[in-house]
Design a binder for this molecule. Structure first.
Ligand SMILES: Nc1nc2c(c(=O)[nH]1)N[C@H]1C(S)=C(S)[C@@H](COP(=O)(O)OP(=O)(O)OC[C@H]3O[C@@H](n4cnc5c(=O)[nH]c(N)nc54)[C@H](O)[C@@H]3O)O[C@H]1N2
Ligand SMILES: Nc1nc2c(c(=O)[nH]1)N[C@H]1C(S)=C(S)[C@@H](COP(=O)(O)OP(=O)(O)OC[C@H]3O[C@@H](n4cnc5c(=O)[nH]c(N)nc54)[C@H](O)[C@@H]3O)O[C@H]1N2
Ligand code: SF4
Ligand SMILES: [Mo]
Length: 712
């Protein structure tokens, strides 16, 4: 061996010694791609690289956001210490000081104003263990009924619709690998190409097998570009479009009569209702031609297999629940659920969008999807939590309604974990004012977000690199996120923070957990026999199996991949048709000469949600560094606006300023703005306060606006 080769080997092995590998799962979307952070010290520098790891959902694929996630987790602005605001400035304090402050302020407020003076706002980006514990914290430590979470702004319409139609809400009723067996795929308001990029190969595989892909979206998105048929409907008109499709199916007898007879109820009422509808009216309301409506109906009904996938485009509407139910009507009349290649999928959003809604963060729910108003469920949970059932608070109110109560002074304090509502909530200026009214506000975050900046106390949490726990992915697959990056500075895991606060409030006995696994063991018991049953899972099993789809009710149970094969989850085992009057659309603020354009909002590939995390990543910011508005060329011409020019967009509630992107991928009457940017680019300043009556979802995807060139 020559000298230089020996030197090379020596150097390489030194480098090897200085290489560390940390496992985790991406902190962003519901695909929950498994990944490793590789940390390498060489030539006096530390380099980081994120690589995808094989798993049964994404097979080692990752997208650009996952690839650069470490850039925010390792960012210099990450919080290191608890902070208390004194004279308008945040000062670093010890945990003891922060906890003492929390104890004193909370106890005083509860003594003076009752337990319900305090509220808790959670998240679907925390682990199942933390979601479970936060629900327990509200009910057992604070004894308040006011808890809800950011998932209310996300999937609540799909969840409500699935519960009403099927009696159970699991985002996907099938495993992703079933997609390749679907002959027709109907995608409604879902932009998978930008929002769940590592899901795309499933659609591509289905297409290769001959599937016909229909995308219903006002914009010709990257997903729509893959479609055989792109249906550019008027924003907010999905319920009407579904009525049109049903009309054709009923008129042309494109039905699965046996399925309707054996597996459903309410068909006649629905049929009767549809028979009064006029197709020409529907084409007018939706902007979709009769020919296209007929084509969708015939194609979907005549193929042997088919799936409907929805996401926030149809759901984030004040008639989102009814609209989703109407698409589920289409699935039921054609008998396309409960067998391979068929089913419904509400594409989940946040990393734990599925699990975090199952374990008690919702105002009306207890762990495992138990109902907080059901005496039997209450008793079961009270026993597990070792409290008297009478001590268990009742049903609270939804996320946005909590801010209304803050504004009225009924709620006086807020514990906020892992969310940024000042930017993500509707009518953002209202939410900011409501929070400013609080007597006491604790934010638990990685950074000083736009919302945390308003807090009295900020507590520094751990990130996806450090925090072990389970996350339930898009498939309903419970995955174990192993995370071993050392916890630095004064940061703590969200679950530790909850336990520490509970302890100073005198409830330490109910929160004496020493690891995430410890909490999972209690969660298993708490969900036993419930709809979302995790009791057959253990960390060991999750490691060995690479994830189990719930329900899983005993240690030999391999989980449930496909739902509703033999029965639905209502007591009579039948799925329920819905009568959907798309007149409900009339409740929406109409466009007018003053506000003539439809604004719809959403996402771009490079950024995540309110951008607190992705705006810290230099690589992602390089892809897209500012907000923009998409405008059709004819509309731009009519308004005398050039590409790249700054424009003001205004609604009844507020205005924003951003650059104009002229593109023929959007409708002439529709503008689109992503919601990842803050300050004068925060699009939620424009969105209204109206909520869906069933799910309490705001109408993020529909808002009449005016647009004009920006005048300085
Ligand atoms: N890159 C990226 N990926 C993400 C996220 C992110 O912030 N960034 N967030 C994650 C989360 S939490 C979620 S919930 C998901 C969201 O995933 P999606 O719901 O797929 O994303 P959005 O862009 O909000 O909206 C989807 C589409 O709805 C269309 N749309 C607007 N109005 C209407 C309408 O009236 N009817 C119909 N049919 N369509 C309409 C929009 O044009 C848009 O293309 O993405 C997850 N993944
Ligand atoms: N106009 C419009 N508005 C929307 C939507 C839309 O399509 N259009 N979509 C809605 C949807 S679907 C969603 S899901 C919401 C999302 O709304 P938010 O939940 O408000 O958005 P995020 O940016 O995810 O906020 C997460 C916060 O938690 C912090 N964080 C990240 N990880 C952790 C952690 O592990 N622990 C703690 N304690 N903190 C952490 C981040 O730094 C960040 O400040 O926005 C909704 N708002
Ligand atoms: S953002 Fe979603 S698709 Fe991209 S790496 Fe993360 S989990 Fe995977
Ligand atoms: Mo979401």
């Amino acid at each position: 061996m020559n000298q230089s080769f020996l030197q090379y080997v020596q150097q390489t092995s030194e480098q090897q010694e200085r290489k560390r590998v940390f496992p985790s799962q991406c902190p962003f979307c519901s695909m929950q791609c498994k990944m490793q952070l590789v940390e390498q010290h060489a030539e006096g520098r530390t380099r980081y690289q994120t690589i995808g790891i094989h798993n049964p959902t994404t097979f080692g694929r990752i997208c650009m956001k996952g690839q650069h996630a470490h850039q925010h987790a390792l960012h210099k602005e990450r919080l290191n210490h608890p902070l208390i605001k004194r004279n308008g400035q945040f000062v670093k304090v010890t945990w003891q000081e922060a906890l003492d402050e929390i104890k004193a302020r909370t106890q005083t407020l509860q003594t003076e104003h009752g337990n319900d003076a305090i509220s808790v706002y959670g998240s679907a980006s925390i682990t199942n263990e933390e979601a479970y514990l936060l629900g327990k914290f509200a009910r057992v430590a604070l004894k308040t009924k006011y808890i809800d979470y950011n998932g209310r702004l996300c999937m609540s319409s799909a969840a409500t619709a699935a519960n009403q139609t099927f009696g159970l809400d699991r985002g996907l009723t099938f495993p992703l690998r079933d997609i390749k067996h679907a002959r027709v795929l109907l995608l409604v308001g879902t932009n998978i190409a930008e929002c769940q990029p590592t899901l795309m190969p499933y659609l591509e595989e289905a297409k290769k097998n001959g599937a016909f892909l229909i995308v219903i979206d006002p914009r010709k998105t990257a997903t729509a570009k893959l479609a055989d048929l792109h249906v550019s409907l008027r924003p907010g008109s999905d319920a009407a479009l579904a009525n049109g499709i049903l009309h054709v199916m009923l008129h042309e007898q494109l039905l699965d009569e046996e399925f309707i007879k054996k597996r459903t109820s309410g068909f006649q009422e629905m049929k009767q209702h549809i028979s009064h509808m006029s197709l020409p009216d529907i084409t007018q309301q939706t902007g979709v031609s009769m020919k296209v409506i007929q084509k969708i109906a015939r194609k979907f009904a005549r193929e042997k297999t088919g799936m409907i996938l929805t996401a926030r485009g149809i759901e984030q509407q004040i008639d989102g629940t009814a609209s989703v139910r109407n698409f589920l009507n289409i699935l039921l009349v054609t008998g396309k659920i409960g067998r391979i290649g068929c089913g419904y999928g509400a594409i989940t959003g946040q990393g734990n969008g599925q699990g975090a809604r199952e374990h008690g963060q919702k105002a009306d729910q207890l762990p495992g999807y138990r109902d907080i108003t059901n005496p039997v469920h209450r008793k079961e949970m009270a026993e597990i939590w070792n409290i008297d059932e009478k001590e268990l608070p009742g049903k609270g109110v939804s996320a946005f309604e909590m801010f209304e109560k803050m504004q009225k002074g009924e709620i006086k304090a807020l514990f906020l974990m892992c969310s940024n509502p000042v930017q993500s909530g509707p009518h953002a200026s209202f939410i900011k004012k409501a929070i400013e009214q609080l007597s006491f506000f604790v934010a638990i975050d990685l950074f000083i977000s736009e919302t945390a900046a308003l807090a009295d106390v900020i507590l520094p949490a751990s990130s996806y690199l450090e925090d072990e726990g389970t996350m339930t992915n898009i498939e309903g697959r419970v995955t174990l996120r192993e995370a071993t990056y050392p916890l630095k500075h004064q940061r703590k895991h969200d679950w530790q923070i909850i336990c520490d606060i509970a302890a100073v409030l005198g409830k330490g006995g109910s929160f004496s957990f020493s690891s995430a696994e410890d909490i999972f063991e209690e969660l298993r018991t708490a969900t036993k026999g419930a709809k979302a049953d995790y009791s057959g899972m253990t960390y060991d099993r999750l490691r060995k199996t690479q994830g189990i789809l719930w329900p899983c009710s005993h240690l030999e149970d391999r989980g449930t991949e496909r739902l509703f094969e033999h029965q639905f989850s209502h007591p009579d085992k039948l799925a329920k048709f819905a009568v959907v009057a798309h007149g409900q659309q009339g409740a929406k603020e109409p466009v007018s000469p003053e506000y003539p354009l439809y604004l719809t909002t959403g996402r771009v590939m490079a950024h995540y949600q309110t951008g607190v995390q992705t705006r810290k990543s230099t690589s992602l910011v390089a892809r897209q560094f500012e907000a923009y508005v998409e405008l059709h060329p004819d509309t731009a011409e009519a308004y005398g606006i050039q590409h790249g020019e700054l424009v003001t967009i205004q609604s009844k509630r507020g205005s924003v300023i951003m650059r104009c992107h002229i593109t023929d991928t959007t409708r002439k009457d529709t503008v689109f703005v992503p919601f990842h940017w803050n300050k004068h680019q925060s699009i939620n300043l424009l969105i209204g306060k109206q909520l869906d009556p069933h799910s309490k979802m705001p109408g993020f995807k529909y808002c009449p606006v005016q647009l004009s060139a920006y005048k300085n």
